[in-house]
Design a protein around this ligand. Structure first.
Ligand SMILES: Nc1ncnc2c1ncn2[C@@H]1O[C@H](COP(=O)(O)OP(=O)(O)O)[C@@H](O)[C@H]1O
Ligand SMILES: [Mg+2]
Length: 265
């Protein structure tokens, strides 16, 4: 079943001051089915965040339409949760209250808030830190708190914009595995943006490779690797397998072509 449908979506940021208008996305069409894990990969500036922000309802398409379960997306909603690279936790609250915060906004009572929050605290392996102040936690643990919070409102789709970009290599690998287990347990649709080809191939069931100026989807690949990891539990073996390496090199070539000569933002 199609959960999210992106139909011929374009985005032009209008000219402002001395800056010219930017054609950030052109004719994006993509259907995302229930249970899918879609990963968007591409050079800096190819419109990945713009696309995610449109799905989230933070910005409206200039042309085209996005529908969630048949309903047009016209603004943010509890059916879509966003996890950013830099967590947006409330430093004066402990882990439990941070995870429960969205439920408080939804005006749920304390007992129910804490019951739901504890389910996700457990899912993310944070039980021992329930009462800890979030600023005391490592970056990887803070990101886990952010993911737990995003899940509490039971969204149809979890949107993640480079959620692991700030983590060191080892923590990042553990976090990839944890997110895959959560995806497998909750069967949520996930849309994740990353700069890392290896991360994209390892995590997604579907990879969209984007190209810049104007931002568009240049290639789509179905991926077998996350399933293989969930069956075997051996992430290194999956990442070292011949078909993984072959596809990694192929996709790297695709995005390196786009990255030539473009500065970083
Ligand atoms: N608010 C904005 N106003 C004007 N241009 C923007 C704005 N946000 C992004 N852009 C431009 O749109 C293009 C796509 O940006 P973005 O979606 O952030 O790409 P990515 O996430 O792939 O790096 C870039 O050229 C960027 O400079
Ligand atoms: Mg971005």
């Amino acid at each position: 079943m199609t959960v999210l449908s992106i139909q011929n979506v374009s985005c032009v940021y209008p000219a402002a001051g001395k800056a010219e208008s930017v054609h950030a996305l052109k004719n994006i069409t993509l259907d995302i089915d229930s249970g899918e894990f879609v990963v968007a990969l591409g050079a800096s500036g190819c419109g990945k965040s713009t696309l995610l922000n449109m799905i989230a309802g933070f910005i409206a398409p200039t042309e085209g339409e996005i529908t969630l379960k048949g309903q047009a997306v016209t603004g943010p909603g509890a059916d879509r949760s966003v996890v950013f690279q830099k967590h947006a936790l409330l430093p004066w609250l402990n882990v439990l209250d941070n995870v429960a915060f969205g439920l408080k906004i939804q005006k749920k009572g304390r007992a129910e808030r804490e019951r739901i929050a504890r389910q996700f605290i457990q899912l993310l392996g944070l039980e021992k830190f329930e009462k800890s102040a979030v600023y005391m936690l490592s970056g990887g643990m803070q990101q886990r708190v952010g993911i737990a919070r995003a899940l509490t409102c039971d969204p149809e789709i979890l949107l993640m914009d480079e959620p692991l970009g700030a983590l060191d290599a080892l923590t990042r690998e553990r976090a990839q595995e944890l997110i895959l287990k959560i995806w497998n347990d909750t069967r949520k649709v996930i849309f994740l943006i990353t700069h890392s080809v290896e991360e994209a191939l390892f995590m997604g069931t579907k990879l969209i490779v984007m190209s810049p100026r104007p931002g568009r989807v240049s290639h789509v690949f179905d991926l077998p690797f996350s399933k293989r990891y969930l069956e075997t539990g051996d992430a290194r073996a999956v990442k070292a397998s011949a078909d993984f390496i072959a596809l990694r090199e192929r996709v790297l070539e695709l995005i390196l072509v786009d990255d030539e000569g473009t500065g970083h933002e």
